[in-house]
Design a protein. Structure first.
Length: 282
């Protein structure tokens, strides 16, 4: 989410399926992956069980990063428990200007604790054709990649001189390709069915509010204006919003001092529209 301002909130509904028979624990962690981490101290995270309506966690992202949440799942007769959660992230209204134009990247993790790994059911169960089909696809993709690399290596050997460095390099390339293909298939299978689920790179960026008055220059520089009774002086100045968010501004006189201040009158106009006319005290 980009352009967050104090009071803004973003939420996402997530479903995580855990295949198990015995009671076990699932850990939930919000890992801060990007800088500056200071924003993670301000962002409030709230986890709600959408089925029970209970709040499982409420605190800052930084606190959850330091101390992951642990959720106990009771024994499952059907072999499957479903975590239906709503994860909400809010920049509280109390957030100060130090968090303007800040960025925070968060990886959300769900994992089965190490002591409970043996309690997970096998990946492929009787009648579970969907899981079996996906594993077969992964295996076929790995084997197909191996064959393609090997055929290419054979072609290079045939086209080049036998026993040359080129042929040996081609065979080595084919072997490396086969290894990479198997590793990719294993990684995909682990990501799909392993004891760990990861939702990477949730990005939160704050907006800015920046009101500029006359480019920082005084409207009436010191020593430039000399007044006599009945005389006046006029100056033009600009007000602009250089931030990313819409904002209201209020123009006022402050710290008016000196013996002349009570006698001066001021008129502020925007084009033909008179915004204010009166004494300094008004």
């Amino acid at each position: 989410m980009s352009g967050m301002l104090p009071g803004d909130c973003e939420s996402i509904d997530i479903i995580v399926e855990v295949r198990h028979m015995e009671a076990l624990s699932v850990a939930f962690e919000a890992e801060v992956a990007g800088e500056p981490v200071a924003l993670s101290d301000a962002l409030e995270l709230r986890v709600v069980d959408r089925v029970e309506g209970t709040v499982l966690y409420e605190g800052t992202i930084a606190a959850l990063d330091a101390h992951p949440l642990s959720v106990d799942l009771p024994k499952s007769e059907g072999g499957l428990s479903t975590l239906a959660w709503r994860v909400e992230v809010e920049l509280p209204a109390s957030a100060g200007n130090e968090h303007q134009a800040s960025r925070c990247e968060v990886d959300l993790h769900w994992s089965v604790e190490e002591g409970d790994l043996a309690k997970l059911v096998p990946l492929v169960q009787t009648g579970d054709l969907t899981v079996l089909a996906l594993l077969l696809v992964l295996a076929c993709a790995a084997v197909g990649t191996m064959i393609a690399w090997w055929v290419r290596a054979r072609q290079v050997v045939v086209e080049g001189a036998p026993a040359t460095g080129k042929g040996r390099r081609a065979k080595a390339s084919a072997l490396l390709g086969a290894v990479f293909a198997l590793l990719a298939a294993a990684a995909l299978a682990w990501a799909a069915f392993g004891p760990h689920v990861r939702l990477p790179r949730s990005t939160f960026e704050t907006g800015t509010v920046a009101i500029d008055l006359n480019g920082g220059e005084p409207v009436f520089p010191a020593g430039e204006v000399v007044l006599a009774p009945g005389s006046s002086v006029t100056r033009e100045f600009t007000i602009s919003n250089r931030g990313t968010a819409d904002a209201y501004y209020r123009l006022c006189l402050a710290d008016a001092g000196g013996g002349l201040a009570p006698a001066l009158e001021v008129v502020i106009a925007h084009g033909d529209d008179v915004l204010f006319e009166g004494g300094f005290s008004g």
